[in-house]
Design a protein around this ligand. Structure first.
Ligand SMILES: NC(=O)c1ccc[n+]([C@@H]2O[C@H](COP(=O)([O-])OP(=O)(O)OC[C@H]3O[C@@H](n4cnc5c(N)ncnc54)[C@H](O)[C@@H]3O)[C@@H](O)[C@H]2O)c1
Length: 348
């Protein structure tokens, strides 16, 4: 099977590329290499004869048509997106451009290619989305996001992803394009860009800087190890039912404060401070505008219908992640100089 993977130089896309090559699949990685990309994320597989790379912007329809025609993929896994909520508050236009217009271009290029090939039933357009499209949950632990939860996006990022989900479903209903969709909870793990909460906490702690927590730290997220997400996505592209949506989550709800304290405990064990705990560096900062209170996924459908389950607990995943950042200083140091990294963004 040959996969056309967009956003394969990003955090999750690169995990999918590495896993797909390990599984002996063929991959063409299509990525514009924005500020959030790091092509070193796929260095371990880039010499494989099964791997190729195209530096292409998904907003460029002519280039997309060329890539489809040259590489003849059997399936598309569409991950390319602007992904940082705080940046979407400061500058929403890139989010509208890439996440909505870019997805529209991908759908049109994929549809033209699929029609040209005689509409093969085996073709798939897999759209990778987020649980943030469902909005914010109350504190009642019995209420979870299911595939039937009504959309209620509340940030420019989640609204742009919601719009792209609607386009993908419309291209299935209207044109018959064989699509599958997934909506996943917050990911963490190796190669996470150092502007997101978990790497910020690890790297600030190592530098002896304050560990900024938005608001009072009570916001709840449902964390999933990125390699488990990649495994779920490859399960869905191979076995998912056409037209169906699968929610993906790790059943690991944590408040931001609990999460940061766990990272501090692991760091205290792996690289203790001269005195005190890394927890002493925790500082509460002004909240993000419109900060959703709680996200939590019900993964029953993907587990019962496709047999997928996460392979690590959050404790195991965080230990692997902290160890990876300790072992890969060259990787994150280079990214810390990029525009906006290390600054407080998205205060409205
Ligand atoms: N990170 C999460 O916790 C999470 C959770 C659920 C869903 N998702 C979704 O998964 C996908 C990947 O997220 P991520 O965290 O890996 O993002 P990321 O920001 O790390 O990577 C995005 C990649 O897309 C590329 N890209 C951006 N604009 C592009 C364009 N116009 N043309 C081509 N390439 C472009 C970037 O260069 C980058 O390599 C996104 O669609 C996101 O909405 C993310």
């Amino acid at each position: 099977m040959k996969l056309l993977i967009t956003g394969g130089a990003g955090f999750i896309g690169s995990a999918v590329v590495r896993q797909a090559i390990r599984d002996n699949l063929k991959v063409v990685n299509v990525d514009a290499l924005t500020y959030a990309a790091c092509i070193e994320n796929v260095a371990s597989v880039s010499n494989s004869p099964n791997y190729s790379f195209e530096q292409v912007d998904i907003c460029d329809r002519t280039e997309l048509d060329r890539v489809f025609s040259e590489h003849q993929p059997d399936a598309v896994m569409h991950l390319a997106a602007e992904s940082h909520v705080d940046r979407s508050i400061d500058g929403p236009s890139d989010f509208i451009e890439t996440n909505i217009s870019g997805t529209f271009n991908m759908l049109e290029a994929a549809r033209a290619y699929w029609v040209d090939k005689g509409k093969p039933e085996s073709f798939r357009f897999h759209h990778i989305s987020t649980d943030e499209v469902y909005g914010s949950l109350p504190d009642d632990k019995s209420i979870l996001f299911t595939e039937d939860t009504a959309y209620d996006p509340r940030s420019p990022y989640s609204a742009s992803k919601a719009a792209s989900d609607h386009l993908v479903r419309a291209w299935h209903e209207t044109y018959g394009l064989p699509v599958v969709l997934t909506n996943c909870s917050n990911n963490y793990g190796p190669y996470h860009f150092p502007e997101k909460l978990i790497p910020v906490v690890i790297l600030n702690a190592l530098a002896g800087k304050e560990l900024p927590i938005y608001g009072d730290g009570s916001n709840i997220r449902d964390w999933l190890y990125v390699e488990d997400h990649a495994d779920a996505l490859l399960t869905v592209i191979k076995q998912g039912e056409v037209g169906r949506t699968y929610n993906i989550g790790g059943e690991n709800e944590r408040t931001n404060l609990e999460l940061v304290k766990t990272i501090c405990r692991i760091l205290d064990e792996y690289r203790s401070r001269e005195s005190g705990s890394y927890q002493d560096l925790i500082t509460f900062v002004a909240d993000r505008p419109g900060h959703d209170a709680r996200y939590a996924i019900d993964p029953t459908r993907i587990s019962t219908e496709l047999g997928w389950r996460p392979s690590v607990t959050i404790e195991e995943g965080l230990r692997k992640t902290v160890q990876w950042y300790l072992d890969n200083e060259d990787w994150w140091r280079a990214l810390q100089n990029r525009d906006g990294v290390g600054k407080r963004l998205g205060t409205g």
